[in-house]
Design a protein. Structure first.
Length: 128
């Protein structure tokens, strides 16, 4: 046992590689942000609900926030909190309106995929 009583790390080479990649500087290639079909459906449903409640001419702040978040994710795709690690790391980014964006960042492809746009007040995570 090493000095200090702690045991040596037993991390797999894959998890060490993933950690190194997550700390690696981003490439100079522009990052693309894509709204996946399920996330687009969620935004469309939220917008329909907004129009029903507030009228067609009322501006929906969620739409502006999703656009603003997309711009932020292009600059810093690791800004969100990691909520799941599996084949691909899923992150959550909280919007001012109480909605969450769930996304994954593929470093090799310089691609952010927005998987879900989900209202936090539901108390659960979206099916991912």
């Amino acid at each position: 046992m090493p000095a200090g009583g702690s045991q040596p790390s037993k991390r797999s080479p894959k998890s060490e590689r993933d950690e190194q990649l997550s700390r690696a500087p981003l490439a100079d290639v522009p990052i693309t942000v894509e709204l996946m079909p399920e996330a687009q459906r969620m935004v469309d449903e939220a917008n329909e609900h907004w129009v029903t409640e507030h009228g067609f001419l009322a501006e929906n702040p969620l739409l502006d926030e999703v656009l603003h978040a997309s711009a932020l994710l292009q600059i810093n795709p690791r800004i969100g909190l990691v909520v799941r690690r599996s084949r691909s790391e899923i992150r959550r980014f909280l919007l001012h309106s109480g909605w969450h964006i769930y996304y994954r960042f593929q470093l090799e492809r310089q691609l952010v995929e927005i998987l879900a746009v989900w209202y936090a007040g539901r108390g659960e995570q979206p099916p991912l």
